[in-house]
Design a binder for this molecule. Structure first.
Ligand SMILES: [Ca+2]
Ligand SMILES: [Ca+2]
Length: 723
């Protein structure tokens, strides 16, 4: 890793990076434009849907629902939702890794599993039990494994764990789902496949045994990723999307399995973490994961590039007074709204355009259309810190041998670096705790080595039969906070199937949040925070109370209780307390600009003021008003603690007096050298008052008719009000 040169030296522009320049780009997935993208799981025993539910359902970006809901609304449920929100994506529930033994007689509309134990329903491979006993996973005693909570051995009713890693089962599943969903009137946008569990550390089902075939996490994860990839490819072949329930992002093995699936050839469209950040599962009212597990969930969510990620949090508390407070797994008091805000705050720390959020409680589970005012009211705008660094970023250095392509493919940011030179390296230095390398796969791409902080961590074969642009080729998460280096090395090696050894460095993604150490009564605690255009999110994922977190600028703290209040009514604070497992969401208090024709500004007498435009100066908003009539006034009524009058200094500008709340008049001379119409002439703050008591005030500008220039004009262009 020597002889690095800046990219501007090392890269040359080439007309075309690939041999196959005619390949058409893949359609990219697009995320939600909402500040809080949301999803809903509405499954099993909820009330029948009625027409008034359509607008409620249409607020969600992603919906997982039973197929039997199809005809509960007219003309059909999916159409009723799409008529309101065409972008809402509807997925129909289907069990993935298990198959039922007792649903052979159930009509397809009411199936939620394969339902082909002893019947084929026309399946070309026949039935599962009758024709494919080899597809049932066995424990060490040779018994078929079943999902204990969902099976009833006394009634001979089982959900068997099937051989999800076997190509024959994968094919069986896709063909059955095609018949039961894709070829039916109730087909929607995609299929939700349950229990595609990333590892078997804690499987969703409590199984009757451990499969001999996949007896450890590595084998299980590999087989399940094979299943998810195969059914994803199969459904995509029928124009259908796939949503997999994966889970286990808090475990290292689970997080790795997610990354591997994302880096694989055919990632699903959506992945579900059914237990994110705060969960009802366990003996306490709320279980908050240890900080390291919480962070692994956050980093995994952020690192996934090729699938949408659905993060579901929950609580055993209810909104009902008296049932909305309890005790968490750390022995601390916890409230319903604290849990929602903590989960939501955690989500916002890492959301990246691919991530979606849901919160529910044990009162309704999956039988309720869960919506909270928070989803409508909280909007902090775009994140200020870019999570993506393009290959041209100054923090990336290159050795000799790299070229740049800007035209042949839909590269991130419009260009990519590429090389076939063995030993050539691209090296990113970054501050953060997770990082992803964004490159490309294709029939002509080769093998790269990945070095993290100087250690070889992966050898990545980027070959793929079809092109994949902006592919996530490598991710590392849960790194120690601080500075790191990620280097991509071209090997000149390739898969035997590949036609060349191209390696693309299109971009890198780094985690989007910051970590601050706060001192507490019981030692240091990490506070995680992220800045957005219009505010901040702070999260304390530790068991320690932080008495005071100083803010970067004064802001208003939103809470469940003030979320529907006018922002102006919320006090401005310079610091917030952040107790254990709490989040704070804050609105910045930006200076507000009011133009001269705003309703809050009154000019008197009206005939004394003349509207001026670009022929005079480059005014804010394109215009200003001016007067040289002695005694003419412009009065601003405003609510805030500070104000500035924005106007013009010029060769025909005179002297005004300014008074606030009827107080003493201040004389302001606006005489200047510039002749009106001079190119570049613009307004500026002519008078500023600050430190006013919070509340309503008035500012009066009076034209005096006196001057030290050629005339006595006073220009009122705008006012800047500080909340
Ligand atoms: Ca790029
Ligand atoms: Ca103006």
């Amino acid at each position: 890793m020597v002889d690095r040169k800046p990219i501007t030296v090392a890269l040359r522009t080439a007309a075309c990076a690939f041999l196959l320049c005619t390949a058409s780009p893949l359609a990219a997935q697009t995320g939600s434009a909402k500040f809080i993208p949301t999803f809903l799981i509405y499954y099993a025993g909820g009330p029948s849907l009625v027409a008034t539910d359509a607008p409620k359902l249409a607020k969600f970006d992603l919906i997982d629902i039973d197929r039997f809901r199809y005809d509960e609304m007219g003309p059909n449920t999916w159409a009723a939702i799409k008529a309101i929100n065409p972008n809402s994506q509807i997925y129909l529930y289907e069990m993935g890794s298990e198959a039922p033994s007792y649903l052979d007689d159930t009509p397809q509309l009411f199936l939620n599993g394969l339902g082909r134990y002893n019947v084929s329903r026309g399946h070309p491979m026949g039935s599962l039990n009758g024709d494919h006993p080899e597809l049932f996973l066995l424990d060490s005693l040779g018994n078929r494994i079943y999902d204990v909570p969902y099976s009833n051995p006394a009634a001979n009713q089982y959900w068997h764990l099937m051989d999800f890693g076997a190509a024959a089962y994968q094919s069986y599943w896709v063909t059955a789902v095609k018949a039961d969903i894709v070829d039916q009137p109730w087909v929607a946008d995609g299929v939700f496949a349950d229990n595609c569990t990333a590892t078997n550390v804690i499987a969703f089902g409590a199984y009757s045994g451990i499969p001999v075939k996949y007896s450890n996490d590595v084998d299980w994860s590999s087989a399940m990723n094979s299943f998810a990839g195969a059914i994803s490819a199969g459904l995509h072949g029928y124009g259908q999307r796939l949503w997999c329930n994966r889970g286990n992002t808090r475990f290292p093995g689970g997080s790795t399995a997610w990354a591997n699936l994302d880096a694989g050839a055919s990632p699903p469209d959506v992945l579900l973490e059914e237990g994110a950040f705060a969960v009802m599962w366990g003996p306490s009212d709320v279980q908050f994961f240890p900080e390291s597990d919480w962070k692994r969930q956050l980093d995994t969510m952020t690192a996934i590039r090729n699938s949408k990620v659905a993060m579901l949090s929950h609580t055993r508390l209810w909104q009902v007074p008296g049932m909305d407070t309890g005790t968490d797994n750390w022995g601390r008091p916890v409230t319903y709204w604290q849990t929602l805000w903590y989960s939501l705050g955690s989500f916002l720390l890492g959301k990246n355009g691919n991530a979606y959020f849901m919160f529910h409680d044990s009162s309704g589970g999956y039988n309720t259309i869960w919506w909270f005012d928070e989803y409508d009211k909280i909007d902090l705008g775009k994140a200020t810190m870019p999570t993506r660094m393009e290959e041209t970023a100054p923090s990336i250095t290159y050795t000799a041998g790299w070229l740049e392509d800007a035209s042949s493919r839909p590269w991130s940011g419009g260009s990519t670096a590429y090389s076939t030179t063995a030993g050539a390296q691209a090296s990113l230095t970054f501050t953060g705790t997770s990082v992803s390398w964004i490159g490309a796969r294709g029939p002509q791409t080769g093998v790269a080595r990945v070095w993290l902080d100087g250690a070889l961590v992966a050898e990545v074969d980027t070959y793929k039969a079809t092109e994949e642009i902006q592919a996530n080729l490598f991710s590392a998460t849960n790194l120690p906070a601080g500075n790191h280096t990620l280097a991509i090395e071209v090997t000149g090696l390739k898969n035997v199937a590949s036609t060349n050894t191209y390696i693309m460095v299109d971009a890198f993604d780094v985690n989007p949040y910051n970590v601050t150490t706060a001192m507490t009564a019981s030692g240091p605690a990490n506070v995680y925070w992220r800045e957005f255009e219009n505010g901040y999110v702070y999260v304390n994922p530790t068991q320690q109370d932080v008495a005071s977190v100083p803010l970067l600028q004064p802001a208003r703290q939103l809470t469940h209780d003030n979320i529907n209040s006018p922002p102006e009514s919320i006090p401005i604070v310079g610091a917030v307390a952040l107790n254990s497992h709490n989040a704070a969401i804050l609105l910045k208090t930006p200076v507000k600009r009011l133009q001269e024709d705003d309703a809050a500004v009154s000019a008197s007498p009206a005939g004394a003021w003349v509207r001026r435009g670009p022929e005079v100066a480059a005014f804010s908003g394109g215009a200003a008003s001016s007067s040289n009539a002695p005694g003419a006034t412009a009065t601003l009524s405003f609510t805030g603690t500070g104000v500035s009058w924005v106007g013009l200094e010029c060769s025909v500008c005179g002297i005004a007096t300014v008074s606030i709340d009827g107080g003493a008049a201040t004389s302001v001379s606006t005489a200047g050298a510039a002749v009106p119409g001079t190119p570049g002439l613009a307004s500026k703050a002519l008078f500023t008052a600050s430190g006013l008591a919070a509340g309503t005030h008035s500012l009066v500008i009076t034209v005096t008719g006196t001057t030290t220039s050629a005339d006595a004009h006073i220009f009122v262009d705008a006012f800047d009000v500080t909340p």
